[in-house]
Each structure stands twice: as C-alpha cells, then as structure tokens.
Design a protein. Structure first.
Length: 284
C-alpha cells in the first residue's frame, strides 16, 4: 500500500520461529521499495475473532486518504472469518498501530459458505452501482470460487447471489487478486477503473499445486461478472506468473508512479529441519 509518500508492506510472519504458525501481520515501510524498515507487527491475534491466526488479506485506501485493512481471522470454532482494522493514528506516517473494532467479523461464513475454506479478501474496488466490492477465495467440493461481496460503507457486507468467477476441478482458490490493465500504454491503472479501455486480470494461488495461475478477460461491471478470454486457459494448464518457487502473490497500484507492483513469496525451504537450523524461511 502507498500512503502519504510511504510504501507499507504487510506480510505473514511467525515471530516465534522459522516454521509456519503463530501468524501475525508483520509490517515494514519504505520510501523507495528497496530500503526497508521493519516495524512491530500491525495485526496479531488478540480477539475471539482472530485468536487462532491473522491470515492474509488486503489494504484499501478509502476516499479522504483513509486506509483500511481486511484480513482473515480464525475464531475459536476454527471458522475462517473476515475482519476489518483501521489505523489508530492517521497522523503517524508509519501507521504503526491498528485498531480492530468490536463489531468484527464483518464477513462471517454464512449462506452455505465453507467455513474452513474462506480466506484472503482482495483489495476492494468501487463499482458503478456505488458499492465497494471485493472477493474472498473459497471452494465448493472441487470447484474454486471467488465469492463476491458488496458494501456501501465498508463495514456491512452482503454476499452476492453469484461468485465473480469460479472454475471446476481446481480446488481451493487462495490469495485471489483482481485488477485492471490498460489496453494502451505501459502505465498501471487504479483498481476501481473499468470500461472499454481496460482488460482485467484474475489471479489465484492454487492450494493443490502451489502455483500462481491467471487469466485475462472482461469484467462485466453491471453484472459483477468476470469472463476469461477464449485464449486464456481457465484450468491447471493456464498461464502462470512464474514457473519457479513463487506463491501467494499480491499486486497493488502505486499512484505516485502510476504503476502496478507485484509482490510474491518464495518459500526457499528444503524441510522444516533446515528452516530451524538456518533460523528463517521464505523471502519476498
């Protein structure tokens, strides 16, 4: 996220070891995307709605320069729920402290949603129906799904009757990402841009293969429906961001330089034993 001249990078982190567990939202800041300063974790398990983990999510900057985070928490019933957090002090350029309201979760796994496969909300976009819109990764049986939610105030969310997109036999869709790309020129465009001048990219991290698959297609914004182009394979044979060790990626729009930037995680692990020996695991 870019906010008032500073890039904020949030990432999954175990502060107590070099293997997966005890997940918090680590937080680093930079002015150039090269030199980084690590801060205290922005979000960590502290409430019933996230006591068993603060998993992946996304940041959105609302009108009036108001950042907000939506993230997946795991509650005492082991349900995956979507929670919201706001900066405690907007005058702090580093946004070091975040507040989790008592009314969380804002998106529980209701209306037939699989509570054990419901995570990683995307950055929201402002749709022409004057609603904020986002998707959450999920699955139904073997069908990967991007469940669509809408909100007028970013707090009260309503599940749409249909997903933004789904595809059979792909399993769980983790870390979905959905964003526009300009048909002409080399500059990036904001997440809320839609219409004739752009195509859309839809990316998922496949839990079954640990690869990043994406399609390019059309976002029919009046119906909130995404349809891949005929030339984009919507299955395990489709395009990948990377053919190496690369997973759980996320893009953001950089308004300072009008570009879209992709971050991804390389596990860099041989085994849990080697991770413990070297004292770290994973690079960004």
């Amino acid at each position: 996220m870019y906010f008032k001249g500073i890039y904020h990078f949030f990432y999954q982190y175990n502060p107590y070891g070099s293997v997966w567990g005890n997940i918090v939202w680590a937080h680093s800041v930079s002015t150039d995307l090269i030199n980084w300063k690590a801060l205290a974790p922005a979000i960590y398990p502290s409430e019933p709605f996230d006591i068993y983990g603060c998993w992946s999510g996304s940041a959105t900057v609302l009108p009036g320069d108001k950042p907000v985070i939506l993230y997946t928490g795991v509650d005492p019933e082991q349900r995956q729920v979507q929670n919201i957090a706001f900066p405690t002090n907007l005058s702090d350029p580093y946004l070091r402290e975040w507040t989790k309201p008592d009314y969380n979760p804002v998106i529980p796994p209701e209306d037939g949603v699989n509570a054990s496969a419901f995570r990683d909300p995307t950055t929201a976009w402002y749709a022409p129906n004057k609603h904020w819109t986002l998707v959450v990764g999920s699955k139904r049986d073997r069908r990967g799904m991007a469940i669509l939610y809408r909100s007028k105030d970013f707090v009260h969310w309503i599940k749409a009757k249909h997903p933004l997109h789904s595809s059979k036999d792909m399993g769980m869709w983790e870390c979905p990402d959905f964003f526009p790309v300009a048909l002409k020129g080399r500059q990036g465009v904001d997440t809320s841009v839609y219409g004739d001048g752009v195509k859309h990219v839809f990316k998922v991290s496949l839990d079954a293969t640990r690869y990043e698959y994406y399609t390019v297609g059309t976002y029919y914004h009046l119906m909130d429906k995404y349809v891949p182009d005929a030339t984009s394979s919507d299955d395990h044979t489709g395009l990948r961001y990377d053919y190496g060790n690369f997973y759980a990626s996320k893009t953001f729009y950089d308004p300072a330089k009008r570009r879209r930037i992709l971050w991804g995680w390389a596990n860099e692990s041989d085994s849990a034993y080697t991770d413990k020996d070297k004292g770290w695991a994973g690079v960004q």
